[in-house]
Design a protein around this ligand. Sequence first.
Ligand code: PEP
Ligand code: MG
Length: 756
Amino acid sequence: MKAAASARLILTRLHEVMASRLHAQAKLDQVVEIIGESLTSEVCSIYLLREGALELFATRGLNPDAVHVTRLGLGEGLIGTIAKNIETLNLAEAKAHPEFLYHPETGEEKFHSFAGVPIVYRERAVGALSVQHVEPRRYEDVEIEALQTTAMILSELIAHKELVDLEHPLDLAELPSGPEMIDGLALVKGLSEGVAVFHQPRVEIDQVVAEDTEAERQRVYRAFDKMRDQIDAMGKEPEFGKGGEHDDVLETYKMFAYDEGWSRRINEAIDSGLTAEAAIERVQQRTRMRMREIDDPLLADRMHDLEDLSNRLLRIVSGQLGTAARQGLRRDSILVARNLGPAELLEYDRRRLKGVVLEEGSLTAHMVIVARAMDIPVLGRAKGVLRRVNEGDEVLLDADKGCITLRPSPPMREAFDARFAKKRERQAAYAELRDVEPFTRCGTRINVMMNAGLRDDMSSLAMTGADGVGLFRTEFQFLVSSTLPQRDRQTRLYRDVLDAAGDKPVIFRTIDIGGDKAVPYIDASMGEREENPAMGWRALRLSLERGGLLKAQARSLLEAASGRTLNVMFPMVSEPWEFDAAKEVFDEQLAWLKDRRKRLPEEIRYGAMLEVPALAEVLDLMLPKLSFLSVGTNDLTQFLFAADRANPKLAERYDWMSPSILRFLQRIAKGVVGHPVDLSVCGEMGGRRLEALALLGIGYRRLSITPASVGPIKELVRKIDLDELSGVMQGWLASPPPDMRVALQDWAAEREIETD
Ligand code: PEP
Ligand code: MG
């Protein structure tokens, strides 16, 4: 309460200044005094954006002569970094920060601690507010919050044009213009184009300081009630009625909507004197800040769901209700958002929604999973997109390459259109291959299967004409769920998947949880931070230790496959005994079902993934146990090269076309010859045309790949003469050319086989 009371005092004083008839410069001068005094900080400064640079507009504690003299570019020094990244800095020792820049004219050399927050207007940083202190200390949370609240007030002054009488006009009206490219992370691949539409026409917060705190509290209560009703109603909507991942999303929403911690924090912000809107925004800002600090992608996803709800609450309380979905898309549109919830995505008209660009986003976000099922390209982590794009701008989205072009020039558009046309042509040709069996020119049938992980993915089986599901990643159900999926829920999913597959086989891989695929409700590392999670306590290691998990999964799979064939595959098998131990769990569950005269699967086939190199050395001991063996090249290559597959810096460091990998893979293929074991590759490597060519050339006849690659790989298969290809690959592996990739590309080009 003490913190709230002091925050309230600051607000009241700031409010008085704002309401006063002082001219703009005098207002700013007073603001820095009030903040400096309240936080007992020797220095408080305001920088505002003018003519492309952050200019010192007011200060208490720095040399007054530096006002309107000190200027920093975006990204320059601590202030520039705050504005560029829209981030808060809280440093006990400013000089220790890599971006620290000393400005002699300010006289700031004697100050050690530093805290600064961005002043944000319409998602763009238009300035920064900072405090400095002689003693090295980190500022407390309440102090940072006071700064953030003050920054909100300053942006309110800006919104109300109360700073326009400044002698030096600010850069506020300037809209981004001219072509611009922004790189991002391809979350769902694809190409598309349209006009930029902001998912949320921004909620303008007109008033930050409350006049009647109790009235604000009531407004928030009512808004919470309304939001909870909306969420309960969502459960009755058709897309949420199907079970599976949508249920999980809804569960997460409910968890937050009824979370007392969240409503309490908003109430505390109201206690400090803010209006309902400003309080919701404040708490949201703080959550965003925390999110940046937490390096846990899964937790970050849950936080995105919270942000989704927070926006909803803000819209309800302010009465500014419409998202772009409600207003309806009038043209082909590329949706731009900080983040998007899955439910919000589903509100859009599928025919007009051509793509999504997010400031944030991650591969495991619920929304991405839904977008993939809807076949909508998504680019994530497009830094600064909300500031750099204007509503209505033309956008070319290239989620294959991982970038967007804003306001393209005619040559840019032409190049994009050409790429797009070529892609469409190819896709049409691939679609025609749907019912065509992939035989090579020499008459060998190649098995082209697809990878899947969710119920929604199964529609791709019919669409692509894949031969089956060569890898069903069962952990996906765990990843999209906020609680441990219980046995009946698992059984339902596996049964639905088998129903959807019909006569085609499905290989269920038991959970590969742990490492980067962490779930909050299973503490894989048992409280210990793992230095190398990819080589850590994951997959089968975890399943064997947590017997209950594997037991439940075994029973679910056995029950779901009653009367049918069940294919079970164990991930990350390093030694044969691990396979035996896992199979024993299935045997026990089978015996249990038999005792109870339950209907059993007609046939059970067991297989292993080969992704730990050690297993290759004991292949002779392993093979008699197996019906199939699937090489997981994603993990295998990271272990062979000691190169973290999740580290983008290392992505270029090794090549699937390197002789070491191909020789290794060839050795496995040769080792399997003569054994009744189906050998396949189920890593990403098999979905790339050149790599697939190499795999076929070294003896692989089964590939399980991402659905979008099924058509392209089928087409490739039909152009190949295996005898000729294996001949050339044998020669190259015995005596490698300088660059295997280039050599095979040239070989393919001579035969008019496209490899990219
Ligand atoms: C692999 O490692 O190649 C694989 C298919 O498994 P995942 O990508 O799920 O680890
Ligand atoms: Mg793997």
